[in-house]
Ligand binder design. Structure first.
Ligand code: GCU
Length: 606
């Protein structure tokens, strides 16, 4: 067989397999914040490339060094000879700050959708007995990654972490990394082309090179067993395990110190009966110091233990009925334009949620930064986490489903040890068709197959006939909550009519309103009928709360939204100016009148 495959064909087969393995095999290392790392955050040179000149020749063929000896921008040619024609130069190009979307950093990039190249140099001295992974917190949307001029992989998905092993691909000393990033919206992607948020492109979260031992603790889960508040169970995975080494799990405060031998795959499961646990809750966000060790390393984490379940129309946290006093959030800086970059930004947002009296947040509409989830653990905020299966997805496209399922799985795997996460949401306001029901039903099954300890939800579709609102979206049969968005008083009806509405909810499940709200320009005042006034928004909140309180099984809500946020759909130059003004707080940090209506309501819901 080999004799008929020419050397070149064999080479391209090997190259394809390597790239395929690189792109799909790497699961992200659990708890990368605890690993030895070289941060690549900081200033990266960038080149705007709307025609992909750095990747395609004029016949739209990707450059191929092996054929033409000419590569793309990823070659990063520097100091060309005086007669050499090179039509790019990273080193004399301007810079962008990483992490950070490009739209908010440069005026000419504010609306930019297309390809943009990043490059940065770095120095590292890799050790022989160590392994190295380049880890990205998120890059929106599609990216090719090149190390020292060679492609090491590509990735799709704007909100989930990914990594590639670069052991033996690093130079000792000088290295450079190049990314080609394309944030063009496409119909068959996740999300699709229509969203009500800004399409922030670029390297929006942290980048680092992680250093690990040859055989390292790549993954672990340490949580309470489903519906068991006295058993801590989970697993430990050692990557490249040699000889069934011994690993240990320690939770000193619980007087737990166990040793286990991993199997031939480096894997071991455990189930540990425990006595007195201080359960995690918003009032008592107790996190335990957990350490997992092998003979090569010790990984420490902070993990809370709690149970969450529904019984009929009620929700129980640690066996106590709980009302979810929530608010929705986008991953967007409240005071300066752009994606959240630092823990301080995130802490500011969540502190405002606490000030509002929240015990719960909806991190809409996509996987947020891991630091956000760790802060929710620390600050005592339960979380509705979500993937951007939003509005009119290409339900019949198998690749689209794979993409959605991958983003869901990566998010669950990354955050499975976060006590704050009580709900995995598989999407938002997706129009009911049979292909959509199949697609979403498969996503529900996927969640439950990975993690059966948390609730599954979605923002279901609702139908309205006059003052009658019917919730019988078939997806409601598969999820744990009767959760849906409704915009009484804003998108339909007037604020003063809200007491006439009746909700017919066809599920014997807890009712959680995943959105309601209204727009208001902070500082603009009028009477309650004046559109865009704070008084109009305030009247809708007052009447919404009265209306919702009448619903049997009403057990929580996340009004839309804590802070005004950027959207290409909001063009009124006076009241919006490309801001969605449904925030209870303006993008200058000004609290609107409705903020205090909700705060008072939550205070009354002790
Ligand atoms: C929808 C959607 C949100 C959107 C909001 C609005 O329900 O889920 O993403 O921003 O309505 O219209 O403001």
């Amino acid at each position: 067989m080999l004799q008929i495959i020419k050397r070149k064909e064999l080479l391209s087969i090997i190259t394809f397999c390597t790239i395929f393995i690189n792109v799909f095999a790497q699961k992200t290392i659990q708890n990368n914040s605890s690993r030895e790392k070289l941060s690549l955050n900081g200033e990266w040179n960038y080149i705007i490339d709307p025609y992909q000149m750095g990747y395609l020749d004029y016949r739209l063929e990707p450059f191929d060094m092996s054929k033409t000896g000419k590569g793309g921008f990823y070659e990063n040619i520097t100091n060309p000879g005086k007669s050499e024609k090179v039509e790019y130069d990273f080193d004399s190009a301007p810079t962008l700050t990483v992490p950070g979307d490009w739209n908010s950093q440069k005026e000419k990039l504010e609306f930019y959708e297309g390809t943009l190249w990043y490059k940065r140099d770095f120095v590292i001295n890799p050790e022989k007995d160590k392994r190295y992974f380049i880890h990205f917190g998120a890059v929106n949307y599609e990216s090719n990654i090149y190390l020292n001029g060679k492609k090491i992989g590509s990735h799709k998905g704007g909100f989930t972490p990914f990594q590639f092993e670069v052991t033996n691909k690093l130079n000792t000393g000088d290295n450079f990394i190049v990314l080609m990033v394309d944030n063009t919206r496409k119909v068959d992607e996740i999300p699709t082309i229509n969203t009500d948020w800004w399409n922030y492109g670029g390297i929006t979260r942290d980048v680092s090179i992680l250093e690990t031992p040859q055989n390292f603790i790549s993954d672990y889960k340490v949580q309470l067993a489903k519906d068991e508040n006295k058993i801590i169970e989970g697993y430990i995975q050692v990557d490249n395990s040699k000889n069934k080494e011994t690993v240990s799990l320690e939770i000193p405060e619980l007087k737990i110190k166990k040793e286990y031998k991993v199997d031939e795959n480096g894997f071991v499961k455990f189930s540990i009966p425990t006595k007195k646990i201080s359960y995690w809750s918003p009032e008592n966000p107790k996190l335990y110091e957990v350490s997992i060790s092998s003979d090569q390393e010790k990984i420490t984490d902070k993990i809370g233990f709690r149970t969450i379940k529904t019984v009929g129309k009620d929700i129980f946290l640690n066996g106590n009925s709980i009302f979810l006093k929530g608010i929705s959030l986008h991953d967007e800086n409240p005071l300066i334009k752009g994606r959240l970059r630092s823990e301080a930004d995130m802490r500011m947002l969540l502190t405002w949620a606490k000030e509002l009296g929240c015990n719960y947040v909806r991190l809409a509409h996509y996987t947020h930064d891991e630091k956000m989830l760790r802060l929710a653990d620390e600050m005592g905020l339960m979380v509705w986490a979500e993937v951007p299966v939003y509005w009119t997805i290409s339900w019949t496209n198998a690749e689209t489903y794979k993409n959605a399922a991958n983003q869901l799985e990566v998010g669950i795997e990354r955050d499975k040890n976060r006590a704050s996460v009580i709900i995995w949401s598989i999407g938002n306001e997706t129009p009911v068709t049979e292909p959509r029901n199949v697609f979403m039903g498969n996503l529900v099954d996927k969640v439950r197959s990975i993690d059966n300890t948390r609730l599954v939800a979605a923002a279901l579709e609702v139908e309205r006939e006059g003052y009658t609102v019917v919730v019988d979206d078939p997806l409601g049969d598969k999820i744990d909550l009767a959760s849906f968005n409704e915009y009484g008083g804003w998108y339909w009806g007037k604020p003063e009519e809200l007491d006439k509405y009746e909700f017919h909810i066809k599920f014997d499940k807890p009712v959680v309103i995943s959105e309601f709200g209204a727009g208001a320009l902070a500082g603009y005042h009028g009477d309650k009928d004046t559109m865009w006034s704070e008084e109009h928004q305030e009247a809708i909140y007052i009447n919404q709360i009265k209306m919702l309180e009448k619903i049997d099984g009403f057990r929580g809500m996340t009004p839309w939204i804590l802070v005004d946020f950027r959207s290409p759909r909001r063009q009124n130059p006076v009241y919006q100016d490309f801001w969605n003004r449904k925030g209870l707080i303006s993008n200058n940090g000004v609290k609107k009148k409705a903020f205090y209506v909700l705060k008072a309501y939550y205070e009354s819901k002790k």
